[in-house]
Design a protein around this ligand. Sequence first.
Ligand SMILES: NC(=O)c1ccc[n+]([C@@H]2O[C@H](COP(=O)([O-])OP(=O)(O)OC[C@H]3O[C@@H](n4cnc5c(N)ncnc54)[C@H](O)[C@@H]3O)[C@@H](O)[C@H]2O)c1
Ligand SMILES: [Zn+2]
Length: 383
Amino acid sequence: MPTLAHSLAATTRASRTVNVPLGDRAYDVLIGPDLLAEAGRLIAGRLGKARCGIVTDENVAGHHLAALEASLRAEGRHKGSIVLKPGEPTKSFRELAPLCERLLELGLERGDLVVAFGGGVIGDLAGFAAGILRRGVRFVQIPTSLLAQVDSSVGGKTGINTPQGKNLIGVFHQPSLVIADTDVLKTLPPREMRAGYAEVAKYGLLGDAGFFGWLEQAHEGIFSYDQETLVTAIETSVKAKAAIVARDEHETGDRALLNLGHTFGHALEAWTGYSDRLLHGEGVAIGMCLAFRFSESLGLCPAGTAERVSRHIGAVGLPTKIADIAGGKANAHELVRLMGQDKKVKDGRLTFILVRNIGEAFVSRDIDEATVGAFLEREIEAA
Ligand SMILES: NC(=O)c1ccc[n+]([C@@H]2O[C@H](COP(=O)([O-])OP(=O)(O)OC[C@H]3O[C@@H](n4cnc5c(N)ncnc54)[C@H](O)[C@@H]3O)[C@@H](O)[C@H]2O)c1
Ligand SMILES: [Zn+2]
């Protein structure tokens, strides 16, 4: 049985801290193994006397809630836990209202903390609840999916879905601390791990060719939970996101680069009804391959680049083309129509993140629908 000294030594050896430099809202992202057991101490040491209301989902609770509660109780910080149904439909007004009321019933006060303990669904919903509870209480992200550790837990976007679209209601509300325990990823279903990996690869593809090259060599270590490789991949991803968020917190410019693969990806997610047919990260994987092929077809990017990208995305077991989505053939007109509904549309022109090469993405706001439609028709027919 590991002693406390042993576990602290392990933590200091492998864990890393990335600061998100946002002035008086700056915060740290702690990344490493075995951090859950220390969450109480880490929160108490950094955020004062606050007590914590945990929000989580049934899957995460089944594996890890007892450990987090014990860690908070040891510091006298546990106010209560709220366990929600897993899945995207939980990110809704229907779930938000009772969640806010239950947080109030726990007796959370202005100085207390909401702890978002789960994947991106829980992070977005609980973060939004924290943002509006008593006109805003602080919250801590303890992300448990790879996607949440490298993407959704950092940057302060919170919100819910409506029938009109995903993430259309929400607030910018930065967490006060992010604790990414790489050990909790061991219980994540492999398909979810791969989906999260798409967002890791995204940081290389959008701005860091060296990182993409490293991933081509090192990716197996991520999926075999080699701690050094996993922590390095998450740290590099979080650093990339933090730098972009620090430049453009409210997405008036550069932050849009984080949407590489997402305009196509969101249309594919909408087309498949946000169902198990296509996870978000899988849509992003196909979307990134499409963004490279589209850029190549426009003469923006050297021939062969898109092939290198899809070879790597395919090598980790992610889909790379529209035909990889089971259950029926897509329609280019329908996909273009769905892109038009996405909130990344301005003055009727579609905003795309295009690429000049691996690691050289840029925002293009003047792509017309006909050009995209013709490209997608070729993609669907080539299948
Ligand atoms: N706020 C942002 O900046 C941002 C960025 C990207 C994505 N998102 C949002 O994130 C959501 C997707 O996040 P996600 O992929 O984490 O989905 P998710 O929260 O639904 O988690 C995926 C599945 O894995 C389970 N799970 C999570 N951690 C686990 C663990 N350690 N062990 C076992 N099971 C575990 C969950 O219960 C769920 O079934 C979407 O709603 C998306 O819009 C937000
Ligand atoms: Zn994404």
